[in-house]
Design a protein around this ligand. Structure first.
Ligand SMILES: NC(=O)c1ccc[n+]([C@@H]2O[C@H](COP(=O)([O-])OP(=O)(O)OC[C@H]3O[C@@H](n4cnc5c(N)ncnc54)[C@H](O)[C@@H]3O)[C@@H](O)[C@H]2O)c1
Ligand SMILES: O=C(O)C(=O)C[C@@H](O)[C@H](O)[C@H](O)COP(=O)(O)O
Ligand SMILES: [Zn+2]
Length: 355
């Protein structure tokens, strides 16, 4: 296995990762090093990082509460304030040690603090290792709209160590599996066929590396999502709306990957109705997601709220709601605009499917 993948001006390390991080930090001339963690990564991941950098204690820790509900401007202000309190300057480095919430919000905080300081991503969930830490999308949510404020800002490096996954609970692991399956569905049929029947816990570092390689192939060609990169958003127009809605209304809200899995079934239906996806491919996709993910039950009364959330999707054009839709397993089309009636039909389709 190659030691690293080169992305948009930085490397994604997979091998001897924490040693590579140590080399990066201790070989650098940063005036200050700050580490952003949430409460869980502070407990489970920070000790591994500290052990990998023996004798190095020249850093300050910023700790936030965990969870998507905290990926917002209030917590971001908290991060900026802590950076100020610790005396961070333009030559400082922020290490984001955590899942996608920490890497997205930490990347955003770093990319805007004093007009931008360096940051590196040390992803600690499956989801952030296969997807969120790579490609430079950073951001926060607002009013249940996902990632509506953000930047494209590339990290200086990404350090992926699968040993962090040992403390991740099963539900979180499976959530990340949704993005692994997505990468197969949009661009690599053989990979989809390989992983679709696997248990998320059996994914190896090589599967993680392959998943990153698929994403990297896309983002290096289109870093700021002018075209091709939109394929990475398959399942997200409806999935993000469901995630935002669930976050606001459910006692135990869906995780990102769980919502995207529902979104990929609904958008799979749209792909079948409007983009030539064969019925047997749709059935296969449905079987795969329903094998791995819990059903989500909702009633038709929420459709207006979901459509209102979809109207904020970044792929929209004017008043048209934009989608990336697969046309076959491993092939995906961008700039598919679908009318509200068919979107509602896809929501009905899922609702009837799960009874
Ligand atoms: N920027 C991108 O390209 C991109 C891609 C996909 C998803 N995302 C974003 O990522 C976020 C979801 O990320 P996530 O699924 O990693 O969620 P998360 O960051 O909320 O982490 C999930 C939970 O696991 C805990 N945790 C993290 N690492 C742990 C470990 N090693 N051991 C024990 N507990 C650990 C966290 O504290 C949290 O409670 C969403 O906000 C989504 O929008 C961004
Ligand atoms: O990297 C991308 O591009 C993606 O779309 C990856 C998605 O899995 C991820 O959830 C991303 O955060 C969605 O971005 P958004 O632009 O739809 O908010
Ligand atoms: Zn996603």
């Amino acid at each position: 296995m190659s030691q690293y993948i080169t992305s948009i001006g930085y490397n994604v390390f997979f091998d001897n990762t924490l040693a590579a991080l140590q080399q990066f930090v201790q070989g650098s001339t940063y005036s200050k090093v700050l580490i952003l963690v949430d409460r869980h990564t502070s407990e489970h991941c920070l000790p591994l990082l500290q052990a990998a950098m023996p004798g190095f204690d020249g850093y300050d820790i910023i700790e936030i509460d965990p969870g998507e509900e905290n990926k917002n401007i209030d917590f971001c202000i908290g991060i900026w304030k802590m950076m100020l309190d610790f005396g961070a300057d333009r030559q400082s480095l922020l290490i984001n040690l955590g899942g996608g919430v920490v890497t997205d919000m930490g990347g955003f905080a770093a990319s805007t603090f004093k007009r931008g300081i360096d940051f590196v991503q040390v992803p600690t969930t499956l989801l952030s290792q296969v997807d969120a830490s790579v490609g430079g999308k950073t951001g926060i949510d607002m009013d249940n709209v996902k990632n509506i404020i953000g930047t494209f800002a590339q990290p200086k490096a990404v350090f992926i160590a699968d040993r962090f996954l040992a403390t991740l609970d099963k539900r979180q692991l499976v959530s990340g599996f949704a993005e692994v399956i997505k990468h197969g569905l949009i661009a690599d049929k053989a990979f989809y066929e390989t992983v679709k029947g696997m248990d998320a816990a059996d994914l190896s570092l090589e599967h993680i590396r392959h998943s990153v390689a698929i994403k990297n192939e896309v983002v290096t060609q289109d870093p700021t999502e002018k075209g091709l990169r939109k394929i990475l958003n398959f399942g997200h127009t409806i999935g993000h709306a469901i995630e935002g809605y669930s976050l606001a209304h459910d006692a135990n809200p869906l995780l990102h990957g769980e919502a995207i899995a529902v979104g990929m079934i609904c958008e799979g239906y749209l792909a079948h109705r409007a983009n030539g996806l064969a019925k047997d491919a749709l059935d296969d996709l449905i079987y795969t997601f329903r094998t791995h993910f819990p059903d989500y039950t909702y009633h038709a009364g929420i459709y207006d709220s979901l459509i209102a959330l979809m109207k904020n999707d970044k792929k929209n054009s004017g008043d048209r709601i934009g989608f990336a839709l697969i046309s076959d397993i491993g092939r995906c089309s961008i700039d598919q605009f679908v009318g509200e009636e068919l979107i509602r039909e896809s929501l009905d389709f899922y609702r009837e499917l799960v009874g």
